[in-house]
Design a protein around this ligand. Sequence first.
Ligand SMILES: [Zn+2]
Length: 334
Amino acid sequence: MDRLITSLATISPLNFLANSLLGHYVTIFMLHRPQPVNNIYNGICPRLLDNCLTYAQKKGFEFLSIDDVVTMSIRGDNPKKPILCFTMDDGYLDQLTVLTPIFLKHNAKPTIFVLSDFSDNIDWPWDAKLIYLTQTTVISKIEIEFDNSVFTLSFDTLQNRISSRRQLTGFAKHLADEKQDRFLKLLEDKLQVNLPPVAPIEFAPADWESLRHYQKLGLNVGAHGKTHKVFNILSDEQVNIELTTSKNRLLQEIPTASNVYCYSSGTDKDYASRHCALVANANFSAALSAKPGNTTLASIQQDLFNIKRHSFPSTLERFIRYSSWIEHLRSKID
Ligand SMILES: [Zn+2]
């Protein structure tokens, strides 16, 4: 069945036909970091990315930046070709040095969304700190209690380090701002790891100078907040600081930056509808969620601050399906 779907999905005339008949469909992909050498987290395989972009070019898809997609949806354009759009979240240096050149080779108009405190080297993301803590600790097993929750964590194998980190990330993500800081301090203590004040080399940020270098070559750069904390754990005042600081710092460094915002994490649990108004008030034109699915120019126009994205898949077959009329139809039925 999967094979049948994939072969139907590769028939480009059907993609073009669906684009005209079912509404102009847009597939926006969300990527994070490239595959790490130690396999401590899932990353994008550079060769797979290259293969996917080669396929998309061959089949006649149009690559557009997220700002162009938003502009076309506001104008009510009727593009002839189905659109693919690529976005990278967080702003790590290896997203620039490993993934960006592949996008640029295919003229795929990617956008990277950066955290201003991270690119400014003021701090590094809390979720990266959890990866560092769980991959560095020499403790093999421990029980930790915090805020009426008890965690039994093992670090004796790679798989156990990964599952312990996932548990901790899921819990820490929705802890109120100051509690999250306390939880990280407790882990530092219990796991006997000192967190460096700035990111260690394997978590190096995309600094502003490197961002400007790639921006001149065709990379679009957008704001992803100041700290990477999800909006639901912050007060509205703190959310406004996230929005204005990340926007102001970005524009100071890159005056022609993207005008689209990208929510931290971006699922239903991470931000609420009232935050969309705050993003609009901060003069962003639109915002990207991490709610999965294909979209259309018309749906984007109707709901500019909740744009859907697909996580970049781990196989070419899935990329073909996500980009095709089949997924478009499925998203319409859901
Ligand atoms: Zn992020």
